[in-house]
Write a protein that binds this ligand. Structure first.
Ligand code: SAH
Length: 366
């Protein structure tokens, strides 16, 4: 009998009846299964969780994004009503810090309505607590809301990296999908296998054109959600105006290679060992996401390395002001700036990219 709480057993039962799964289907089960999926059951972020993100490293990250939103709103002509949408808000820290920084303009706060898009019940609870005294009304939506009467600013930090990917490998001259199947020697375990059939035309079309003729053995990752997210942003921004900023880790243009990783308690673990127990992410291919956004009818600025972006938004000035206010935190604040901006830390691998309605002026900070 399959134990419904045992996600690996259920995935194995599904493979036995339907055959190997795409990595995207496996990730969807491992991350989002209602009963045992990672985001359904865990509060993963922070020192006691599995990984740490920029807003958890420093309040400066969310504050600068709040000021970026304020300048974007001013540049839009300070509309009376603005929807601020955050995708994957984690513990709510980025939003809380952004709203605190936004207090410098009462009319901006008065214009704001906040929508959070979050799948995890545990993180929704954390967000409610962090934002309990927020100076604005906070609503939830299951997906990026494409309808609505007002312009929107959409922000997303480390959201794209957890959306399911698919992998294809060039083998014997043909692209074959890398799948998740039953381990050949250990029937209770999962293993990567290859689809014996070459990829069909609609799947081949997902492979970026500059990689289609890559050498034997090349592995390419594609992100089916890119187009969906880009189209949802376009539907909202091209109708009512606004901008979206996505910050994440990954190259400006992918060159191939397996980047799927599982992290548990700050250590890398096997992505197939314990589905639902570890966070699964893969590097964002900003080149592919930019092409999806352009195809959806948006303008793209960036990607710009996070380090330079934060410096241009004034992270050093903010750090100096915080240090002056709290002498004993000088060292801690300097360490935070280093972690967020230095190329050896998050400064170069992480990047920010801005999507805007077609024909918009360049966005602030890019
Ligand atoms: N932005 C936060 C959290 C990053 S972790 C921070 O920087 O700290 C990824 C976040 O995206 C989590 O809040 C997770 O629950 C959420 N998430 C993942 N997939 C999602 C999906 N398909 N829809 C909505 N939220 C999702």
């Amino acid at each position: 009998m399959t134990d419904p709480a045992d996600l690996r057993q259920r995935i194995l039962a599904r493979i036995q009846s339907d055959g190997p799964l795409t990595i995207a289907a496996y990730m969807a089960d491992a991350l989002y299964d209602q009963r045992a999926g990672y985001y359904a059951t865990k509060d993963p972020i922070g020192a006691g969780g599995d990984f740490v993100t920029a807003p958890e490293i420093s309040q400066m990250f969310g504050e600068l994004i709040g000021l970026w939103c304020l300048s974007t709103w001013l540049e839009m002509g300070a509309p009376k009503s603005l929807r601020l949408i955050e995708l994957g808000p984690g513990r709510g820290s980025l939003m809380a810090d952004a709203l605190r920084a936004a207090r410098v303009r009462d009319d901006f706060l008065a214009a704001l309505k906040v929508t959070l898009v979050e799948v995890s019940p545990a993180l929704q609870a954390a967000q409610a607590e962090t934002l309990s005294s927020a100076p604005v009304v906070v609503e939830y939506a299951p997906e990026l809301p494409t309808t609505g009467a007002e312009p929107a600013i959409i922000i997303a930090n480390e959201f794209l990296d957890c959306l399911p990917i698919r992998q294809f490998v060039k083998l014997e001259g043909a692209w074959r999908e890398r799948l998740v199947g039953q381990h050949p020697e250990d029937p209770g375990a999962l293993a990567f296998v290859f689809d014996p059939a070459p990829a069909a035309a609609p799947d081949l079309a997902l492979i970026p054109s500059h990689l289609v003729d890559a050498d034997e053995g090349t592995l390419v990752e594609v992100r089916p959600a890119d187009a969906r997210i880009a189209e949802a942003c376009a539907a909202r921004l091209n109708r009512h105006g606004g901008r979206a900023v996505f910050i994440d880790y990954g190259p400006a243009e992918a060159t191939g290679g397996d980047t799927l990783q599982a992290v548990r308690a700050h250590e890398k673990v096997s992505p197939l060992a314990d589905p639902g127990q570890a966070d699964l992410t893969a590097r964002v291919d900003f080149g592919a996401f930019a092409r999806a956004a352009i195809a959806a009818g948006l303008d793209v600025a960036g990607p710009k390395e996070q380090g330079q972006w934060l410096v241009d938004l004034g992270v050093q000035h903010r750090a100096i002001a915080l240090m002056a206010a709290e002498e004993d935190k000088k060292h801690a604040i300097a360490t935070q700036v280093f972690r967020l901006t230095d190329a050896s830390q998050m400064g170069a691998l992480f990047k920010a990219m801005c999507l805007s309605p077609a024909g918009s002026p360049p966005p602030p900070g890019f």
